[in-house]
Design a binder for this molecule. Sequence first.
Ligand code: AMP
Length: 537
Amino acid sequence: MTKFSELNLNAKVLKAIDEAGYESPTPIQAGAIPPALEGRDVLGIAQTGTGKTASFTLPMLSLLARGRARARMPRSLVLCPTRELAAQVAENFDTYSKHLKLTKALLIGGVSFKEQEQIIDKGVDVLIATPGRLLDHFERGKLILSDVKVMVVDEADRMLDMGFIPDIERIFGLTPFTRQTLFFSATMAPEIERITNTFLSNPARVEVARQATASETIEQGVVMFKGSRRDREASEKRTVLRKLIDAEGEKCTNAIIFCNRKTDVDIVAKSLKKYGYDAAPIHGDLDQSQRTRTLESFRAGNLKILVASDVAARGLDVPSVSHVFNFDVPSHAEDYVHRIGRTGRAGRDGKAMMICSPRDEKNFDAIEKLIQKEIPRIDNPLGTGKSDDSEAPAKEVSAEGDKPKPRRTRSRRSKSDAPRDAAETAPTEAKTETATAPDTASEPKPEAAAEAPEAAQDSPQTPAPQEAKADSTDDKPRSRSRSRRGKSSDDDGNDSRDRSRGGQSRGQKPQQGKGPVGMGDHLPSFIALSFEERMTG
Ligand code: AMP
């Protein structure tokens, strides 16, 4: 097995690695570090959890150890799709550069421009940024990218999902032709392949995949769930979720619950809290400091249940969790693999359970096809189709107040509203009462609904694919038509730039050598533990 000491890393970097307690490089590190140190472009196909961050951080630091940054001219650039990921990469830099005198700046939304500009003004060796925020700084004339020696694009597939590719192309064009590029993506969608063919020069391709067979360390299950009535479905679904959690008892030490929509993240977290569970939401619409606090407390083990959207959770280095609950079937089969990969890490057992409504069956089929495995069915804890009427929360209709109006203009109110209203007044905090307690916790307050314009897409009756996609990418820039000039990043720090531009960027490298092979129907079989490494020049 390769040792870190054999990789030609800077001695001070090696010391920091030693102090971090790493014994040997992970496959992506063993594969990517040597070519990166030689100054070659690297195309790393790896997902979070494989040690990919260190695979670009360590060689970058070694390369940057000598030399000094000039004012406003960073020597290296790392682009990340989300603030959290950027902050995490920054933490990695701090850890591995502690014996070096290198400076870094983090350009993400939620931090004042002035503060960030002051740091850039002094000159930074490493600039870590979300694409939009970076371009905002560039357009303010406070940043010059012509001295960038190394540029990293992390989680490129997520950048694609979020509509950042035009920005990435533009940034490539703003950096020198001679730069070294380290490019990471969990998968190789055709668009990603195009970008790598255009901007990478004869890259060393390092692919790391967990083998599908070891996915058995994650016990999977699915409840095929159908609400007893359409207006009760949402509430009953949350009851199913609670029952699934309860059934795990003490085995569930901590869990991530994934929802497809931000509104559901809020609703589910509120509902769980109301029922006495230790849960908190995380998604792109939440204030940055709140997101950070929630994550920190989950990481520290002070928060048991994190209710998350895909984007907010993806790429984050959260410790292994005992359980993953998919409150919704993800609309991209690949996200299922990412989601359940949060559990069963490092050889530990994990359990992943999902609730599948009839309208999700198509997406569910796609998942089984992708993982080439049938997910075992779990009995619906509420029974088949029917549930106790008292389970149906009084205000579920209004709880789903963000549903399209037409459904509520029907004349089925009046009588049936009386018992609902009565039940509304009986919320419970007690977990033990979940079987009978109405789920009034779930009502989003009017202002909460107003804060979440995408709630209009929340209709279970209209699962149009595009909508589902938009829902699942909550860090996605929300206002694509917004003018670029003079606008700052949106509150996700993931900019709201005009993405209509595209095409070729200036300064791009000519295509050389063979491009990366597209993965086509590639099965992202990285839910296993052992690694398969492939490296070609
Ligand atoms: P990443 O895939 O970059 O998100 O890394 C996942 C986790 O692996 C992080 O907590 C790293 O600190 C840790 N890690 C990275 N490289 C190694 C290594 N060589 N040995 C042990 N842990 C590592």
